[in-house]
Design a protein around this ligand. Structure first.
Ligand code: PGA
Length: 252
């Protein structure tokens, strides 16, 4: 992964069908014909059953595919109904995997399962989009930095291949709400995250992403945040029109 790329990562959550290939095709057409010179990487994370189909249809050096989750079981195959291993993902066209999203934490993922998922993905050479973020209550109680530090230290072991990890800061109170943190708050959080990662893991230039209600309007202010290498985008990534508007405004 080039450190200079800007990442636009689409988290489709539980949305999409094979006919939405057209959304990705539109985006592919757009980036091939415009913004050729910009160093950017688009990663689509649709529901798992769509990954292989999309990955086979779209061959682009700027568009990759990822999963929104992975099993915490450390086996390539086995009797784990409903689970999808890193190995299976890797062989299905996924190069990336989102781990630790707040919606999965809410559904039961704890520090330990997240750690296992990260280790499995790391072993199978999937690139990891590791999500961290504080709740509204934690934010109001001014505990954000403590929580972020805990989320990192509790789930990341020292021997990981940090070149393959993207850190997505997604305040839970910002996801799907239309509310984004202030610039000054984000600058502070990003600089603290850098400090934690260098102090505890000697990661000098971590790739930091912001996620939560990113849209074509607020990208104008989000793009000013130093140390921010890209965005994890939910709702606004579902249609090529909205997604293209974000990329266009980022580079304008
Ligand atoms: P949102 O979701 O852009 O719809 O707020 C982001 C995310 O949950 O990753």
């Amino acid at each position: 992964m080039s450190s200079k790329s800007t990442y636009f990562i689409a988290n489709w959550k539980m949305n999409g069908s094979p006919k939405d290939l057209i959304q990705i095709k539109n985006l592919d057409f757009f980036i091939k014909n415009r913004f050729k010179k910009h160093n950017k990487l688009i990663v689509y994370c649709p529901p798992q059953p769509l990954i292989t189909y999309f990955a086979k249809k779209i061959r682009s050096k700027n568009i990759k595919f990822g999963s929104q989750d992975v099993s915490n079981n450390n086996f390539a195959f086995g009797a784990f109904t409903g689970e999808v291993s890193s190995h299976i993902l890797k062989n299905s066209g996924a190069e990336y995997v989102i781990i630790g999203h707040s919606e999965k934490r809410l559904a039961g993922d704890n520090y330990n399962t997240i750690k296992q998922k990260i280790n499995n993905a790391n072993q199978n050479k999937l690139k990891i989009i590791f999500c961290i973020g504080e709740s509204l209550k934690e934010n109001k109680n001014k505990n954000s930095l403590l929580i972020l530090k805990k989320q990192i230290l509790a789930s990341l072991e020292k021997g990981l291949n940090f070149k393959n990890i993207l850190f997505a800061y997604e305040p839970v109170w910002s996801i799907g709400t239309g509310i984004i943190p202030s610039q000054s708050y984000l600058i502070k959080v990003f600089s603290e995250l850098k400090k934690i990662l260098i102090r505890h893991y000697s990661v000098k230039s971590p790739k930091l992403l912001y996620g939560g209600s990113v849209n074509a309007q607020n990208i104008q202010s989000l793009k000013m945040i130093p140390n921010c290498n890209g965005y994890l985008i939910g709702g606004a990534s579902l249609t090529s029109k909205n997604f293209i508007d974000i990329i266009q405004n980022y580079y304008s």
